[in-house]
Design a protein around this ligand. Sequence first.
Ligand SMILES: Cc1ncc(COP(=O)(O)O)c(C=O)c1O
Length: 379
Amino acid sequence: MPSDPRTVSKRLDYYLQQIQADARTFIGFPAATDFIYDELRPFFGYLLNNIGDPYKAPLHTNHSKYFEQEVITFFADLFRAPVDDRWGYVTNGGTESNLYALYVARELYPTARVYYSSAAHYSHPKNIHLLNMEYSTVRARTDGEMDYTDLRRTVAQYKDRPAIVVATIGTTMTEARDNVTSIKKALQQAGVARSFIHSDGALAGAYAPYLEPHWPFDFADGADSVSISGHKFIGCPMASGVIIIRKSHRDRVMRSGVYTGSWDTTISGSRNGHTPLMLWYAIQRWGNAGFKQRALDGIRLAAYTTAKLQEVGWKAWRHPYALTVVMAAPSAQLVTKWQLATHEGWSHVICMPGVTKERIDDFIADVAAYVPHTKPVRL
Ligand SMILES: Cc1ncc(COP(=O)(O)O)c(C=O)c1O
């Protein structure tokens, strides 16, 4: 029996109110919220399925692959991928993008060993397990960046095998960036002849190209693939990601002749057709100048937040280029209220586009009220 429509409406109203209220204290997770996608509303009346390869239209016509191709071109340009050897697709998120990079790297070098730092995202050990690959974890410095001496030493133990290295461009807790030039140097010193470097830029890859001085992480710097999240800095309201990789590498995992009419080159067969449309729309709205300004605004707000926390006597620091403010974890009550990701006694505030100075001031007032009474708790 269908549900009573009044009960359904009531439930949805309540859920919406809850979401709207929680949005006012959303400062602890890296998702931009300054978006307006109203113009795309009519497309939600249709199924859009980008099945298979973005560069081969399927037999059905309700897809957004032509928009997806423009999204790929935008990010391939941003990450300086070779014009005659580039490919990519819009994924379901950072984890799928990372899985794709490792999958292709393994096809390229079946005997390779994977290296990632202890500050890298938890999706890497999961993906490595799925792909049944061998790996070593490399030490991360206390500020979150990879320890390249430890990378050199670790890789040197397996120097006869190709090395697949994950460089994190914006670690989850401190927004540290691994340096692809330093990674290449460590591999060379270790005596490794064949390597594949994946830059996991889920958090900071989308805005790193706009910041000075240039940070080495893209194709021109020596990366073989670069990934970002769509729902973080770009501000797509649905989980999504982008993977950019050399087309010649993609060719190793391609299967054609499937009944869909497209080529089977992606992890998922059926793929979300709405997220490429939203990413395309965000690119039209902001362009390079707009994305750069949003990043600079976030950095300015992060600097303000750090200074204010220190002013009220709270332990806080940040990397000079970062939107992330690392702070001693406040009380469990504040962690819950302000939705702060917290690990080993540290929390972070992320000044993504959409976080306002007013919201930060409210947060600082909460922290300041708490300072004189108790010490930070270790969660
Ligand atoms: C550096 C990094 N890599 C990968 C991911 C995984 O992304 P997703 O949750 O979209 O799968 C994240 C998510 O926070 C991340 O910060």
